[in-house]
Unconditional design. Structure first.
Length: 259
């Protein structure tokens, strides 16, 4: 099985979808709790949601394996992205609702974590870096768009209801003020979805690590509340909801393209 699939585009835009994968190898799956085997914390259908980006010339990077195998949006040193807040780690042992991922005593050892990093994490990041470099060689400045989604209410992670669209720019450090302003204008100009910039989700490891506007790489994360395009209870795609959301996503990606 491939670790990652890459659609190479012609525009200076790379859409990274690190939590779209659902595959869990048998040797890991048999150790998971019954609820974790359904991989509920997947960023469900985001590759389908962003499929229109191909027509825009974007490159699209998608993994095959679940974040329960290894979280591609965490640093390999597993430093907390949000100190003092509940969050999940490099090889998560807690689900987003706070329940266990593994059966008692079946959690991965430190050696196993390192092996998973080598087997799954490094290939994704190698592909990510190589595609950024290719696009920079062809175009100069490029934009890395991190596409994510999450259930809109998860008390273990955050209080209350998450806004529909959650823009993250590492508190302004991963992209230029001009790009942040263009995206803000798109979001302000639509009235169907509430939104916030650099709220609970400011951008994960990929946004923070690769976003270097001073070196011609701008990175933005968009965390979408899943109610905006699917049924959160059944994980099923909702064509009507998705069809209404996609024009807003297209407008954001168009605004993100280097000017």
């Amino acid at each position: 099985m491939e670790i990652v699939t890459l659609h190479k585009g012609s525009a200076p835009l790379l859409v990274s979808l690190p939590h779209d994968g659902t595959h869990v190898p048998h040797g890991i799956a048999e150790r998971l709790t019954d609820s974790a085997r359904a991989v509920p914390d997947t960023d469900w259908h985001v590759a389908r949601l962003y499929d229109f980006a191909r027509d825009m010339g974007a490159s699209i990077l998608v993994p095959t394996h679940s974040r329960y195998v290894v979280d591609l949006n965490r640093g390999e040193e597993d430093t907390s992205l949000y100190p003092g807040q509940n969050t999940t780690g490099l090889c998560p042992v807690r689900q987003f609702d706070g329940s266990a991922v593994y059966r008692v005593g079946r959690e991965p050892t430190a050696d196993e974590v390192r092996a998973r990093v080598d087997a799954y994490w490094r290939p994704y990041h190698a592909a990510l870096r190589a595609e950024i470099d290719r696009l920079r060689d062809e175009h100069g400045p490029v934009v890395l768009w991190e596409g994510h989604s999450i259930r809109g209410e998860l008390p273990w992670l955050f209080p209350g209801r998450l806004p529909d669209l959650n823009l993250g720019t590492a508190s302004g450090s991963s992209c230029s003020p001009e790009l942040a302003e263009r995206l803000g204008l798109v979001l302000t100009g639509q009235g169907d979805y509430d939104w916030v910039a650099n709220g609970r989700f400011k951008g994960g490891h990929i946004t923070r690590h690769y976003g270097r506007p001073e070196h011609g790489v701008e990175a933005v994360q968009l965390e979408i509340a899943q109610r905006a395009y699917m049924d959160e209870a059944t994980f099923e795609w909702d064509a009507a909801k998705a069809g209404a959301l996609q024009p807003v996503l297209r407008a954001l990606l168009e605004a993100a393209l280097p000017q």
